[in-house]
Design a protein around this ligand. Structure first.
Ligand code: SF4
Ligand code: SF4
Length: 410
């Protein structure tokens, strides 16, 4: 299997996440992980050699190994809490069965997520088992449970990358977003420990109108902290995020933020950066580069939900939840199948939901008529959350496709 025709300008074979694809042009990954919220995958790519055809291979899987969490973030997609009734952790034997099933079919990056994965006593046993089967194992944590001993275990388990969340440039903002006093200090402590132990990490930042003014400050702070990458994420209203609908960033401001990101990314040569689950960034980059008559080549991300295309849900990425449901991504609350009843291969190849999501011609309204649909696609989870139809147009994109504009102009 391969991502056909992703004629990527750059290919870096030294990254921890470089996929052993026989096709040298293709590949991969960055992640923006949900630490129960943010998922990010990254894909090494270059915009100007992007493709028409796409084959659908599971390149990156977020795996909710527990729904328990020691925080109660305002935007949590899985509404995690410390005591979760009805969604018990699966056993280590079940974890091994899931890994065996996946490796019989694919070789994705696996991100151990949650909930808070460090609440599971066997998290590093799972990581080691996956690693022993050739998977590149990563970890998404809120950072508050990281200690020097945990860092030694992370190294020992050969975890390739850890993602942390930082939603404010100061404690007050982050703690407010995370619903927990001391969460900011916990994240800073984890970062200090990761730096001391030589553990690569990336930072995910989630935004609503509540903290969006701090975007530039968080970017500057992340640069100072020694992160490999920074992923900016606009909340998708699922899980606890449904309670903050009125805090979602309006589409015009959303575009302004993405334009800020474009200008910043263009001039950034150290920190890898990508907006996550902002598919229309791919449209904005193309529009801006055309306006400027420039050939802005985005640097490869070793780890993001950006990549070869804006939305990759059910196309290159998916989520396995604690009940073994396979969902298109962390924010898409509809299962394509379940690993207790089907193999991963059966779900990936035969699910009608995945087939629909891969058929871009079936998208509706503006997205269905859009000349950027193959590189953007709109956020299917946002469409689902806001309209009940996951094939509907992306609710937070202000773009009017040329064909629709032409009809209006007549
Ligand atoms: S559906 Fe939305 S949240 Fe999910 S991967 Fe696509 S852009 Fe991201
Ligand atoms: S209309 Fe849809 S496909 Fe086109 S740029 Fe907007 S979100 Fe992307």
């Amino acid at each position: 299997m391969s991502v056909n025709g992703l004629l990527l300008n750059s290919f870096f074979s030294t990254g921890a996440y470089v996929h052993p694809s026989p096709i040298p042009q293709a590949t991969l990954f960055a992640f923006h992980l949900p630490e129960k919220d943010n998922i990010v995958v990254g894909i090494i790519c270059c915009f100007y050699h992007m493709e028409k055809e796409m084959e659908f291979e599971p390149k990156w899987i977020a795996w909710e190994i527990t729904r328990r969490c020691n925080l109660k973030c305002v935007h949590c997609r899985s509404s995690s809490e410390l005591d979760i009734a009805g969604h018990p952790d699966f056993s280590f034997d079940e974890a091994k069965r899931i890994i065996d099933d996946i490796v019989s079919y694919a070789s994705p990056v696996m991100v151990l997520s949650g909930g808070e994965p460090l609440l599971r006593a066997d998290v590093f046993d799972i990581a080691k088992y996956g690693g022993s089967k050739g998977l590149r194992m990563c970890l998404a944590t809120n950072g508050t449970l990281v200690t020097p001993e945990i860092c030694v275990k992370i190294k020992d388990a050969d975890i390739k990358m850890v993602s942390l969340s930082l939603d404010g440039a100061k404690a007050e903002t982050h703690d407010n977003f995370r619903n927990q006093e001391g969460a900011f200090d916990g994240t800073m402590n984890a970062i200090k420990l990761f730096n001391e132990h030589g553990i690569p990490f990336l930072i995910n930042s989630s935004f609503t109108v509540r903290n969006r003014e701090e975007i530039p400050d968080i970017y500057r702070l992340v640069k100072k902290l020694g992160a490999t990458a920074w992923y900016m994420f606009m909340i998708v209203p699922t899980g606890r995020g449904e309670d903050i609908m009125e805090e979602l960033i309006p589409e015009k401001v959303y575009d302004e933020i993405l334009e800020w990101h474009y200008e910043t990314e263009k001039n950034e040569d150290e920190l890898l950066m990508r907006p996550t689950c902002a598919p229309h960034y791919y449209r904005i980059v193309r529009q801006k580069a055309k306006e400027e008559n420039s050939s802005f080549k985005r640097r490869n991300l070793k780890f993001s939900t950006g990549g070869s295309k804006g939305c990759l849900a059910g196309q290159l990425i998916c989520l396995i939840d604690v009940d073994e449901n396979i969902l298109p991504c962390s924010y898409f609350p509809k299962a394509a199948g379940n690993l207790k009843e089907q193999s991963f291969k059966e779900v990936w190849e035969d699910s009608s939901l995945f087939h629909e999501m891969r058929d871009f011609k079936g998208y509706k309204d503006n997205c269905g008529s859009c000349e950027y649909v193959n590189v953007c696609g709109g956020c299917r989870a946002r469409a689902y959350a806001m309209t009940g139809d996951y094939l509907a147009q992306e609710p937070f994109c202000s773009y009017v496709p040329k064909s629709i504009q032409a009809k209006k102009d007549k």
